[in-house]
Design a protein around this ligand. Structure first.
Ligand code: ZN
Ligand code: ZN
Length: 242
């Protein structure tokens, strides 16, 4: 498995940056994990949209789904021009009616709704959807293949689910939305120190931080590294082997 970062900002997006989206490749298959705002421009630097074999959404906040609407428009446009456009499997938590109405048009997506603790086989990978603590229904994603494990935290606060999802992961792509010195605490996001604590408790081999704030990223990294040495900041358009 290999994952390429297409967007790594939280909602405080950096100039020229992009929000959460990652391309997971395995056995020649290409799966898009989330489609945050700005990420489609990075995706198009390496692929065309018809090369995507499936899309997986962790939850429906706009910083994780905005570019899905552009995705739909482009594919629809091609259909109107007479091109053959194959529907793309879209694995997603159950959608609110307004969102489903916007996306379920012209058979651009083949919807597959996930439920609590769902485990699926996708392109030879065992994929677990594990509920985590967030403001809306959200699933961390755990991919297992040939004895290797890749976990993407989605958006989450500290919870049992994220510990379970990241257990013994070879690569743990984990959100770290703020630094711990700030005077507030969020139950639905992690700070750098918490990401490090989860990685250490779960015996993760490599921790890769994402969903980053606009400022103080170096501080956030040092907070996590103090607890889990094998930690890096994710970089846009960089690929990480698993
Ligand atoms: Zn969110
Ligand atoms: Zn988010």
């Amino acid at each position: 498995m290999k994952v390429t970062v297409l967007g790594n900002s939280s909602t405080t997006v950096t100039a020229g940056g992009a929000c959460s989206s990652y391309l997971l490749e395995s056995d020649g298959k290409k799966i898009l994990l989330d489609a945050g705002n700005g990420s489609i421009f990075n995706l198009k630097k390496i692929l065309s949209l018809d090369q995507i074999d499936a899309i997986v959404l962790t939850h429906h906040h706009f910083d994780h789904i905005s570019d899905l609407f552009l995705f739909r428009y482009e594919r629809e446009g091609l259909k109107y021009m007479g091109c053959e456009v194959k529907p793309i499997p879209l694995y997603t938590p159950k959608m609110e009616p307004w969102l489903l109405e916007k996306l379920d048009k012209n058979h651009i997506f083949e919807f597959c709704f996930v439920e609590r603790e769902k485990m699926l086989e996708i392109f030879g990978m065992k994929v677990s959807f594990i509920p985590v603590e967030h403001l809306v229904e959200t699933y961390a994603l755990r991919f297992e293949k040939d004895g290797k494990v890749f976990t993407y935290s989605a958006d989450t606060g500290m919870c049992e689910g994220i510990l379970k999802a990241s257990e013994d992961a070879d690569l743990f792509l984990c959100e770290a939305t703020y630094v711990s010195k700030e005077p507030y605490r969020m139950k639905h996001h992690l700070h750098g120190k918490e990401a490090g604590e989860i990685a250490a408790t779960s015996r993760v081999k490599k921790l890769l931080l994402t969903h980053l704030p606009e400022k103080e990223v170096d501080l956030l990294l040092s907070e996590a590294k103090e607890i889990h040495k094998e930690t890096d900041i994710s970089e846009i358009l960089r690929s990480y082997g698993i």
